[in-house]
Design a protein around this ligand. Structure first.
Ligand SMILES: [Zn+2]
Ligand SMILES: [Zn+2]
Length: 269
């Protein structure tokens, strides 16, 4: 039987970093690539009229986004390896096995973990929009003024590091089952690609029902990339509604998004 190297040995640490890098990069390329192919390449005429902004992408944008995304993947991989080491040493509150209370605790802990991440990200995002921080750090993500599926992971290394810090911090505080962690990572991957798609894929009724109006979609986040000073939320609109940072243009743009001809958000400035 093949024996995996110990995490505590330098070679073992490096092995797991490489393993996580392959998994994280693969997951990112598959999900972002699949959405890119479906919405931009395979049926372009079908989705063209639904595009929030119909401008063409600057020639080198994709290459830049892929470059920054590889650095983000690397940071996430090192953080994942460190988290695994913390778990192995017994410092996290990750639990395994199934318990009688898991039928309600698992969904509850997922909601709690998402809410913690949302709060962390909202305030981190507000901080990153302070002029001095913006021009050194967050500007990289906003260079993609017109977002694409590959914008989802395109961050300055400091932003990538601060984002990667969230899950290990949660695991020090909240008991989470590995299945819940995996579900959260999948939600994270899909929602960031969907929110940068530049095409609203959630249906009209979803945005107007009780749950949907609290969820961030492509229209919400594309306004953030166009207007800069609104819509800081990650998954939920709750903090933006509460702190009055939701774009005043959002409801109208959302309505127009579902009309025959999709509007251009840049006209909203
Ligand atoms: Zn921003
Ligand atoms: Zn973004």
């Amino acid at each position: 039987m093949i024996r995996l190297p110990e995490l505590t040995e330098p070679i073992g640490f490096l092995f797991f970093c490489v393993l996580f890098f392959v998994i994280i990069t693969g997951r990112y390329l598959v999900i972002a690539g699949l959405f890119y192919a479906i919405f931009y390449l395979w049926y372009p005429e079908r989705w063209q009229k639904k595009k929030l902004s119909k401008r063409a992408y600057p020639p080198r944008q994709l290459k830049k986004e892929l470059g920054w995304s590889m650095i983000t993947s690397l940071l996430f991989s090192v953080m994942a390896t460190l988290t695994l080491l913390l778990w192995q040493k017994g410092y996290t509150r990750v639990y395994t096995g199934l318990h009688a209370s898991d039928w309600y605790y698992m969904p509850l802990s997922l909601v709690l973990s998402l809410a913690l991440q949302e709060t962390y990200y909202y305030w981190l995002h507000r901080w990153m929009h302070l002029p001095a921080v913006f021009k050194r750090v967050h500007k990289v993500h906003h260079q993609s003024n017109l977002t694409s599926t590959f914008t989802a992971f395109s961050f300055h290394p400091l932003e990538g590091f601060l984002q990667a810090l969230m899950l290990p911090l949660t695991l020090l505080l909240v008991p989470l089952h590995p299945v819940v962690i995996l579900v959260q990572l999948m939600i994270m991957s899909f929602s960031s690609v969907i929110n940068h798609l530049n095409i609203e894929i959630y249906p009209r009724y979803f945005h107007h029902n009780r749950l949907g109006k609290w969820i961030v979609g492509a229209t919400h986040h594309s306004l953030h990339h166009i207007q800069f000073r609104y819509n800081y939320g990650l998954y939920f609109t709750l903090w933006d509604k509460w702190k009055k940072t939701e774009s005043p243009a959002y409801p109208e743009l959302l309505n127009k998004t579902f009309a025959e001809d999709a509007p251009s958000p840049e006209k909203k400035n």
